[in-house]
Each structure stands twice: as structure tokens, then as C-alpha cells.
Design a protein. Structure first.
Length: 284
């Protein structure tokens, strides 16, 4: 009996070691680039992800990240949170387990004008704002209307970056959108999740990265993680950048200052500590 238990625990340990090795292998990227930030993550707040902010931060620390962006889905995504979530994000500390947290929103583009679901009232609460085309909020449309929606998000909503443009469900005029991104200093995301979630994204992501390289548009990598253990791991996005011969200088994720400088230049207030508001209220 005891021998059997010992045998079982030996196999358990071997399995745990195999899993741990698999995780380490996944963290490695062929290029050897050291990514220190993840631009795109989700929590169970959105209704279809499964971890908390604490869990994201703990895994981010394990993955060696210095920063991640909490970019919860805007309120028009079915099952997602309301404006109150974004109003109250100061309750989340600016840093957990030594990892800085940029608190923002992945807004939904709602129409061909590029309207988004970040209401003017909550914009001042956001440290970063990205925007995406998602089927429940903007059903795939013609090239003209998809393009118009993306241009509107850049030109009117002034988003910091556009997400998962490689999605083949939304064909658009790449040249027009990237030229607008260049003019408005909008970053373009290469989304690691697209390579297995939005199948057919591979070649489009590489093509978009190549054109960003030629136009000198910075890219930001996002895992779009809906499960904490994936945070900061970019095995596929890394390969896409290598295939596109993308220069390190234009990859935001290699230096957190590349992101914070851009956000602060736009007037976004970063790292505000809610409890600091009470400092100085008493003389003793
Ligand atoms: Zn998305
Ligand atoms: Zn997302």
C-alpha cells in the first residue's frame, strides 16, 4: 500500500516537472527578445475570462514582467462590466508583486463612424485605451465599413492602440488604416492570441507587421490573456515579428518607458495612488 502511494507520488512529481518544463519552454521565444510588458489582458470581470487581478499580477511576476495593461472589455461586450468598474479602478494598487499595472479598457468599436463604448465620463479614469472590432458589437461588414470603423477609432476616439487587426473576419484597407495610425501616433497590436483564437490571422499579422516596419509605426504585443498563466508569453507574436524582420526599436514591450512616455505625452495620468488623497488631511 505504502509502496503504491510512493509510486503514485513519484508519477505526480514527474508530471508536475514535465508541466513546469513545458511552461518554461513556452516562455522562451526563438528570437531571444526579453519582453517586459504585456499590453492586453482580461480578468473574470468581463464575464468570459477566469482569473483575478491578483492572479494576473502574481503570474506576471513569475513570468518576469515589469508591467502589464489591464484592458478589460468595454461595457457593450455581452456579460462584461459596467462603467462603475472603470470609475473605480484606482482601488487597484499601481503595483503588485513588483509589477506595475496600467489600468485601461479594450473598448468596442460600435459603428462605421468608429464610435466606442468608453463614455466621456470614464475617459479620465483610463490610463490606456485600446479599441477592437468584436463580432457581438460590430458584426463583420464590407471592407469600406470595417475600414471606416477603424479610421474613426483612430481619428475621433484617439485610442492608444488598435487590437488584433489580423482577424480575417474583418478585411479592411490596411494601407489607409496604417497611414492614419502613423499620422495620429496610434500603436498597432500584434496579438499573440490571434494565432490560435482567430484562425487565419497568421499571414495578415506578418503583413501588418511588415508595413508597420516600413512606416516606422511602433507595435505593442498583447497576449489577450483570459487565463493568468498566459500573461507575458508571446511565442507566436515573436515569430511573426521575426518573419517580418521587425526592428527591436519599434517594439514597445522591450522597455516599459516606451509605453509610459507615450501615454504621459497624451496627458494620461499614471500610477495615481487613491489613498494618497488622505495624506495631509491632519496635522498629526
Ligand atoms: Zn479583443
Ligand atoms: Zn481582449
Amino acid at each position: 500500500m505504502i509502496r503504491k502511494q510512493k509510486k503514485n507520488s513519484k508519477y505526480k512529481n514527474m508530471r508536475a516537472e514535465r508541466l513546469a518544463q513545458a511552461r518554461r519552454d513556452e516562455t522562451k521565444v526563438p528570437s531571444g527578445r526579453r519582453y517586459v510588458l504585456d499590453g492586453h489582458t482580461h480578468t473574470l470581470g468581463c464575464g468570459h475570462a477566469y482569473c483575478t487581478v491578483m492572479e494576473l499580477a502574481a503570474e506576471a511576476a513569475d513570468a518576469g514582467l515589469e508591467m502589464f495593461c489591464l484592458t478589460e472589455h468595454g461595457p457593450e461586450m455581452p456579460g462584461s462590466i459596467t462603467d462603475m468598474f472603470f470609475h473605480n479602478m484606482l482601488s487597484i494598487p499601481p503595483e503588485l508583486f513588483g509589477v506595475k499595472i496600467i489600468k485601461g479598457m479594450e473598448a468596442n468599436i460600435l459603428d462605421a463612424d468608429g464610435s466606442i463604448d468608453a463614455s466621456p465620463a470614464i475617459l479620465p479614469s483610463l490610463e490606456i485605451l485600446s479599441a477592437s472590432l468584436h463580432t457581438p458589437c460590430f458584426p463583420p461588414d464590407t471592407v469600406e465599413r470595417n475600414t471606416s470603423a477603424l479610421l474613426g477609432a483612430i481619428e475621433k476616439a484617439n485610442v492608444d492602440f488598435l487590437c488584433h487587426l489580423g482577424n480575417p473576419q474583418y478585411p479592411f484597407d490596411v494601407e489607409a488604416v496604417l497611414q492614419a495610425a502613423k499620422r495620429h501616433d496610434t500603436m498597432i497590436e500584434i496579438n499573440n492570441g490571434s494565432f490560435y483564437i482567430r484562425q487565419g490571422s497568421r499571414d495578415r499579422c506578418v503583413d501588418i507587421a511588415r508595413r508597420c516596419r516600413d512606416l516606422e509605426i511602433p507595435v505593442i504585443l498583447g497576449t489577450d490573456t483570459h487565463w493568468a498563466e498566459d500573461i507575458g508569453r508571446f511565442p507566436w507574436a515573436d515569430r511573426a515579428l521575426t518573419e517580418a524582420d521587425f526592428p527591436d526599436e519599434l517594439i514597445i514591450n522591450l522597455d516599459t518607458k516606451r509605453l509610459t512616455d507615450r501615454l504621459e505625452a497624451k496627458g494620461r495620468k499614471l500610477g495615481v495612488v487613491k489613498k494618497d488623497r488622505a495624506v495631509g488631511l491632519f496635522d498629526f
